[in-house]
Write a protein that binds this ligand. Sequence first.
Ligand SMILES: [Zn+2]
Length: 144
Amino acid sequence: MAPDRSEEKKGYSEQDIEELRRVIKNSYAPYSGVRVAALVESASGRKYFGVNVENASYGLTICAERSAVAAMVAAGDRRIRRVVILSNTEEPLPPCGACRQVLAEFDPEGSSEVVSISLSTGRTARWKLSELLPFSRLPIKRSD
Ligand SMILES: [Zn+2]
C-alpha cells in the first residue's frame, strides 16, 4: 500500500481515529463527563492506548496520556514517536502539564508530534512535544 501523504501531513490516520473512537468508550469519567482517549506510538511502531480514569477523590484521576504511557512501558517499549489524543470536548485538549513531563521522560528531545482532535467538532491542534514543554526535566544521569 502506498504511503498516505495526507496522513503524514495531519499526524494521524483514519485507523488511529477508528481505534481511538473504540477506546474512548472505555474512559471512566462519571464526574466531569469529559472523555479522553490517547494513543502513544513507540519508536518500534507499536501503538498503545489509554483513557482517562477519574476517581471520587478527584485528585487521583489519571489522564489518558499517562495511562497510554504506562501501557507502553509495561509492554517494554521506552521511546515515544507520536501521540494522538481524542476528546469529547469542543476544542482539542492539549496534554496537561503532568502528562507533558511524563511524555518527555520517554522523548527527551521532544521531537514527538502531539495531535489532539475534538470528537465533537473535528477541530484539531498539533504541536511538537518540545513546544508544549520547552524546559522539561530530563531523565537524570547520575554521576556516581
Ligand atoms: Zn494529563
